[in-house]
Design a binder for this molecule. Structure first.
Ligand code: GLN
Length: 496
């Protein structure tokens, strides 16, 4: 009997398709079978693209069999492989709601660049995944279409805002998923769901076709079963794009991961500001154990300081809402989605925005508008930008001393539904360890390193200097070569 195809890593899937061990249709059907069983209890998707995906799988299979007869032209790297896409990225012809009622019925007429590149690489989009409304949140509880549940325990959140993508990979609904990370939205749900998640350097991946939240912070990131899988996806989506002037014109390094788990010569910084009282004991224990493993593999561990870390939370929660208030001004009831009819133009705005935006989005728009208003601009937004520079300098100094920084991803493991949803500040505190990388623009990689006593995953976050993703991949891959956390998946997902 054929192994469970949904357990295979990307390289095994690529080999298996090329050697005709199984077809793209069989692979897709294996994933769809799990979706049918468990999606009712998880709600990872806002839109499932099964029919179209099956047709595309058949087309991929035809192409693969033609190639087997005449292999002169190489096959596209992701041919026949399913991909889940967070619902803030535009896919031409598929609905894009951003988890909001204000975009209900909106069908983008173009692809996001990241999506287009993966489609050109042969990927098959299996569906659009759930998100907090406009990616504002840390649990998916802010989705207007209902929350996603954590596959390890459905009474707990999957993290957010890319909770649908993280849950989809953990539940084996898809081998790969795209997410976005403005303040932790790839790394934190990756940690909560026990999968690998990458937030690339700001400017590494095009934001064209990503619905903007905080434009100076937003990055498209990736989820997968392992560092090797995520690194592969990263290589395909990255690189300059004429449609996004903030992409940086640097060649994307060909990531060649060494099969030799040696970290000799690597300097790993451990920032004391990330190991403060208040973090869950089990997180500190698992993260420290992972750091010990880096040391056993030859790395040198150095205690470092990122002294302005404590300002990241207030700085982020000024800058992100300020940018959001400007970005979300375009949802006026005229150009996109539903319109609440009224006589006067202002009434259209008032009713559409008043009725279609959720509470958290409104809170952010109000915070941001206030921070940007005349008379307050210098005191809030202007000052936040100055402190942001100090946070960025903390990282620059640290990377003179060390190659990567290792820290927890979040202060807790996946919390229960409702635990923070009535207290915005408690929810914002979940982001303390992920916000600094966005403010500084540096890359961050989350990988699983253990479980808490309740059986919920714990992640570690590795951060690197600008454009040093490959250093993160090498270190994390060496760890995964000698540990098995990333190979564990929830096998008893509760059925609804
Ligand atoms: N939780 C953070 C917020 O609510 C980060 C979200 C994100 O990265 N998109 O803004």
């Amino acid at each position: 009997m054929m192994d469970d195809l949904t357990l295979l890593t990307l390289s095994k899937v690529r080999e298996g398709l090329r050697s005709a061990e199984f077809t793209s249709r069989e692979l897709l059907e294996a994933y769809l079978a799990r979706i049918e069983l468990y999606e009712p209890s998880l709600h990872a998707f806002l839109y499932l693209n099964a029919d179209r995906a099956l047709t595309q799988a058949d087309q991929a299979d035809q192409r693969i069999s033609a190639w087997r007869k005449d292999p002169t032209e190489p096959l596209p790297p992701l041919i026949g492989i399913p991909l889940a896409v967070k619902d803030v990225l535009c896919v031409k012809g598929l609905p894009c709601t951003c988890g909001s009622r204000i975009l209900e019925g909106f069908i983008p007429p173009y692809h996001a660049t990241a999506v287009r590149r993966l489609l050109e690489a042969g990927a098959i989009i299996i569906g659009k995944t759930n998100t907090d409304e406009f990616a504002m949140g840390s649990s998916t509880e802010n989705s207007a279409y209902g929350a996603t549940h954590n596959p390890w325990n459905v009474e707990h959140v999957p993290g957010g805002s890319s909770g649908g993508s993280a849950a989809a990979v953990a539940a084996r609904f898809a081998p790969l998923a795209l997410g976005t990370d403005t303040g932790g939205s790839v790394r934190q749900p990756a940690a909560f769901c026990g999968v690998t998640g990458l937030k690339p350097t700001y400017g590494r991946v095009s934001r064209f076709g990503l619905v903007a939240y905080g434009s100076s912070l937003d990055v498209v990131g990736a989820f997968g079963k392992s560092v090797a899988d995520v690194a592969f996806l990263f290589g395909l989506v990255s690189g300059p794009d004429a449609l996004d002037a903030t992409t940086v014109d640097l060649p994307v390094p060909q990531v060649r991961l060494s099969d030799e788990p040696s970290l000799k010569g690597l300097r790993v910084g451990v920032p004391k500001e990330y190991f403060v009282s208040g973090i869950q004991n089990e997180i500190e224990r698992s993260v420290r154990a992972a750091i010990d493993r880096f040391q056993e593999l030859g790395a040198q561990i150095v205690e470092i300081s990122l002294p302005h870390t404590k300002y990241a939370l207030p700085v982020y929660y000024l800058i992100a809402p300020a940018e959001a208030s400007a970005n979300l001004a375009r949802y006026d009831g005229i150009r996109y989605g539903p319109r609440n009819p009224a006589e006067a133009m202002w009434d259209i705005y008032y009713h559409t925005r008043g009725e279609k935006f959720g509470a958290e989005v409104k809170r952010r728009i109000m915070l941001g508008t206030y921070a940007l208003s005349a008379g307050y601009y210098d005191a809030y937004y202007g000052k936040a930008q100055k402190v942001r520079t100090l946070i960025k300098r903390d990282f620059e100094r640290a990377f003179d001393q060390v190659d990567i920084i290792a820290a927890p991803v979040a202060p807790t493991t996946a919390f229960r539904f409702g635990e923070h949803s009535n207290d915005p500040l408690a929810m914002y505190l979940e982001d303390v360890f992920t916000l600094p990388a966005n403010l500084a623009g540096v890359p961050g990689l989350a990988i699983p390193v253990g479980f808490d006593q309740a059986g919920l995953p714990v992640g570690i976050q590795l951060m690197g200097a600008h454009f040093a993703e490959s250093t993160l991949f090498q270190a994390a891959h060496a760890y995964q070569l000698t540990t098995s956390w990333h190979t564990l998946f929830p096998d008893q997902i509760q059925r609804a």
